[in-house]
Design a protein around this ligand. Structure first.
Ligand code: NAP
Ligand code: ZN
Ligand code: ZN
Length: 347
């Protein structure tokens, strides 16, 4: 077994702290990655605090992982020692179902294997994530990372990046579309960057007046405070798409009414409590309510290559491992600009 160290939570209320554990020995198609940076996603916090239920403790979170390949199995063909590599939200899937065959492993009929907090078939211990010094992953679930970009700013692309890129591509968002992004956090700031890059007219909808200047720097064409009811009412019926990245319960009807005829609301945020949707929010203008989950391996690689080509990276605040608990508290107050990334040298 390979010795690893990381940071784990031990129950729903414990702060994260040191944890020693083991990873499997390298199989023929595995790569060993020495982790350099790991992004901090709100999904880490939801799971650490068991807000989605079913968390297996101790939990080592982290699914925005970048680092260097330190060793490769005997049959690895796509990576060599010293290459940059990335890992996102899942590390395996059934590989045979229609979703897997179509490169949509995140929607695997048997459920993809989460990078952390998931028990692999036939095993007892769960997967452990990227708040750690190393990781063993099958090369098929490992991404190639360009050396052209600032590595620490690439880490969040592995979740926040692909989660926003994928639905914008699915809905063919581009020139001529009016897109609203709801919630300016990790996902929200990447949604703005991609929607602008794809040619859409982008409006940031936020509860934080202080983020207006940043929204414009990120490329948003307009900024509206969602707490201003009069301004919200003026926007009724104006958007083709709304990308909802809010992490907590909120009134989705108030935003669905901002969609045009045939407009689509795309839910990305995974608030622990269910949203209540009024039928009249949808039927009056034949609107669509949809959702989207991260992205498949091929599309994640496409997104990373797109970012390398167009110089798109996350805006980050680099933190030491020991500051993770404070970072969670700040994330809960929507005080993150716009993704915390852990420097694994500080572990
Ligand atoms: P984040 O950085 O904390 O950003 C969430 C933003 O939502 C905040 O910055 C804030 O923006 C807004 N917000 C927070 N609480 C709110 C409230 N009570 N009412 C209204 N707005 C509120 O989180 P994230 O990492 O981007 O993740 C966002 C959500 O997406 C989480 O639930 C996460 O689990 C989920 N997620 C889903 C997928 C997927 O595949 N679908 C992937 C990753 C994450 P303002 O200050 O601008 O209002
Ligand atoms: Zn995530
Ligand atoms: Zn499958």
């Amino acid at each position: 077994m390979i010795q690893s160290k990381g940071y784990a939570a031990f129950n729903t209320t414990s702060p994260l702290s040191d944890f020693q554990f083991q990873r499997r020995n390298l199989g023929a198609s595995d790569v060993l990655i020495e982790i350099q940076y790991c992004g901090v996603c709100h999904s880490d916090l939801h799971q650490v605090r068991n807000e989605w239920h079913g968390t297996i403790y101790p939990i080592v979170p982290g699914h925005e992982i970048v680092g260097k390949v330190a060793a490769v199995g005997s049959q690895v063909t796509q990576f060599k020692v010293g290459d940059l590599a990335g890992v996102g939200c899942f590390v395996d899937s059934c590989r045979t179902c229609p979703s897997c065959a179509a490169g949509l492993e995140q929607y695997c009929d048997k459920g993809s294997l989460g990078t952390y907090n998931n028990i692999p078939t036939g095993e007892k211990l769960p997967t452990y994530g990227g708040y750690s010094n190393n990781m063993v992953v099958d090369e098929k679930y490992t991404l190639k990372i360009s050396d052209k970009l600032d590595l620490k700013r690439v880490a969040p692309l592995l979740c926040a990046g692909i989660t926003t890129y994928s639905p914008l591509r699915h809905w063919k968002v581009g020139k001529g579309h009016k897109v609203a992004v709801l919630g300016l956090g990790g996902l929200g700031h990447m949604a703005v960057k991609f929607a602008v890059s794809f040619g859409a007219e982008v409006t940031m909808l936020s509860t934080s007046a202080s983020k207006k200047v940043d929204a414009e720097k990120l490329g948003a064409h307009h900024f509206e405070l969602t707490t201003n009811v009069a301004d919200m009412n003026k926007l009724a019926g104006t958007f083709d798409f709304i990308v909802d990245t809010v992490s907590a319960a909120h009134d989705v009807n108030a935003f669905i009414q901002l969609l045009k005829l045939d407009g689509a609301m795309i839910l990305l945020g995974a608030a622990p409590t269910p949203a209540q949707v009024a039928a009249f929010s949808l039927i009056g203008k034949r609107r669509k309510l949809s959702g989207s989950l991260i992205g498949g391996i091929a599309e994640t690689q496409e997104m990373l290559d797109y970012c390398a080509q167009h110089n798109i990276m996350s805006d980050i605040e680099l933190i030491s491992m020991k500051d993770i608990n404070e970072a969670y508290e700040r994330m809960l107050k929507s005080d993150v600009k716009y993704r915390f990334v852990i420097d694994m040298d500080t572990l």
